[in-house]
Design a protein around this ligand. Sequence first.
Ligand SMILES: Cc1ncc(C[n+]2csc(CCOP(=O)(O)OP(=O)(O)O)c2C)c(N)n1
Ligand SMILES: [Mg+2]
Length: 139
Amino acid sequence: MLLGEVLTLSQRKLPVKIVVFNNGALSFVDLEMKAAGIVTFGTELIDTDFAAIAGAAGMFGARVEKPDELEGALREAFSYDGAALVDVRTARHELALPTKLTLRPDQRLLPGRDQDSCPAGPPKSSSSARRSRRQREIE
Ligand SMILES: Cc1ncc(C[n+]2csc(CCOP(=O)(O)OP(=O)(O)O)c2C)c(N)n1
Ligand SMILES: [Mg+2]
């Protein structure tokens, strides 16, 4: 997520809740470099207070340094009427697992919307219609 996107949440008053897994490092890259036998560099990050950045952008921001602060911070963030960010300090080698898409391209994203609004691409019928038109032009 880029800073401009964070500012947009505030600007547009979108009640999006962000949880930062702040391990102070680009740990996945660090791991990949180690696995490739490369001496790691550039993967350690300076300690950034993302909650303060959120506060400066007019959002709710909370920083969690100890496990027992987590639940309260999340409750506050989710009950806040607007965008909120919780900056959670995690262990250096704790990786946020990459997300897994469980939606198949043929499944609908939103109920009531037809396949035209699915970002997986235009419906097969129109692309095949386009292809056959192009095919006819070639022929
Ligand atoms: C847009 C984009 N740029 C670069 C990468 C390569 N990349 C994969 S993991 C990673 C580091 C992510 O660091 P962080 O968000 O701190 O997560 P961590 O690995 O520490 O859990 C990068 C730069 C990517 N996946 N996407
Ligand atoms: Mg990290």
